[in-house]
Design a protein around this ligand. Structure first.
Ligand code: HXC
Ligand code: NAP
Length: 294
């Protein structure tokens, strides 16, 4: 494939000039890629995570490469007091917050009957509780101040299909997606928009080490899993995220945009496994099954 437009910046360079965006889990993986892109678009970006050294290093590197202002904060999104303190610190440093990306997540593959109660809680508390902690903290501030804002959740396609072996994550992502849709309706009157993105497979160290261990690799038979035959590129996800947070999407709220190369539909369609049938096999099948022309 020669088309590389999807790996380029989509929005005009100053799209976020004068705006401050908070990205949870912004020190690694997709959170870092989205943060980096928002910085190139002129935003001030605050990133948080549980490991201060990780967010501090990321913020420093991103500030150096983009010339933008990045603030690193230690915050466990499961703890509402830490979340409140994080937003207060961002406001002190940067002033008003304009947008939030609920990106922080925890996940691992495990047969559900092997999960301890604590294992279930660990994931649900990060993904669902962390998301509503951050959403409530910033939503209340916006409503009190009478200012608009935009929230973006990073979801998954199994938020609506469900999936075995990642049940805590599926339950939590589904709950967080319903919160987006519920609040899109309830908070529209305050000028607060909430949307979600459901990514397919985008290589990151965090996801790959926990969900796709080398022992389970099946030779990356992508064409059978992903109709478009490849993994996602971070920039194309960052383009979509920036668009949904920006004023360019001012009339979009309560949406969940899937960016997965068609992967979830391939898994869902009852006859999609026929992809494996080659042309000669189709000749033989049709010779046997197709009725003769009348
Ligand atoms: C079974 C496990 C486990 C595993 C941990 N636990 N890993 N159980 N299988 N692989 C259990 C532990 O034994 C413990 O239970 C409980 O979970 C909590 O574990 P801790 O290590 O104490 O928790 P904590 O330090 O809070 O870490 C949270 C975590 C960890 C979720 C377990 O993986 C993490 O920090 N993840 C953050 C980053 C991440 O997950 N990135 C991937 C996002 S990718 P007991 O009972 O022993 O105390 C993603 C992609 C979705 O979401 C879609 C892909 C297509
Ligand atoms: P990642 O690099 O592991 O990102 C997870 C981030 O969340 C880390 O920076 C982690 O930092 C932070 N985090 C975890 N628990 C936290 C907590 N309690 N408080 C604050 N921060 C916390 O994985 P990723 O692949 O980039 O995932 C990013 C998002 O994309 C997630 O929402 C994930 O579900 C979603 N997603 C990814 C894929 C994919 O293919 N990669 C597909 C679908 C959806 P600390 O450990 O320092 O806290």
């Amino acid at each position: 494939m020669t088309n590389t437009r999807h790996t380029q910046s989509m929005l005009p360079p100053d799209s976020f000039r004068g705006q401050t965006i908070v990205v949870t889990g912004g020190g690694t993986g997709l959170g870092r890629s989205m943060s980096q892109y928002l910085l190139t678009l002129g935003a001030k970006v605050a990133i948080c995570g549980r490991r201060l050294e990780v967010v501090e290093r990321a913020a420093q590197e991103m500030a150096e490469t983009t010339g933008g202002e990045a603030l690193a904060l230690k915050c466990d999104v499961r703890q509402s007091e830490e979340v409140e303190a994080m937003f207060s610190a961002v406001s002190e440093q940067f002033g008003r917050v304009h947008g939030l990306i609920n990106n922080a997540a925890g996940n691992f593959i495990c047969p559900t009957e092997r999960l301890s109660y604590n294992a279930f809680n660990a994931v649900v508390d990060i993904v669902l509780k962390g998301t509503y902690n951050c959403t409530l903290a910033i939503g209340k501030r916006w409503i009190d101040a009478g200012t608009p804002g935009a929230i973006l959740n990073i979801s998954t396609t199994y938020a609506w299909t469900g999936s075995g072996y990642v049940v805590p994550s599926a339950v939590a992502k589904a709950g967080a997606l319903i919160m987006v849709r519920s609040l899109a309706s309830e908070w529209g009157k305050y000028g607060i928009r909430l949307n979600a993105i459901a990514p397919g497979s985008f290589p990151t160290e965090g996801a790959w080490s926990r969900l796709k261990p080398p022992e389970l690799e099946d030779g990356g038979n992508l064409s059978q899993k992903v109709p478009l035959g490849r993994f996602g590129e971070h920039q194309e996800l960052a383009n979509l995220a920036a668009y949904l947070l920006s004023d360019f999407s001012a009339y979009i709220t309560g949406a969940c945009v899937t960016i997965d190369g068609g992967a979830w539909l391939r898994g869902a369609g009852q006859f999609n496994a026929l992809e494996r049938v080659d042309s000669e096999q189709w000749d033989a099948l049709q010779a046997a099954m197709k009725p003769p022309k009348k």
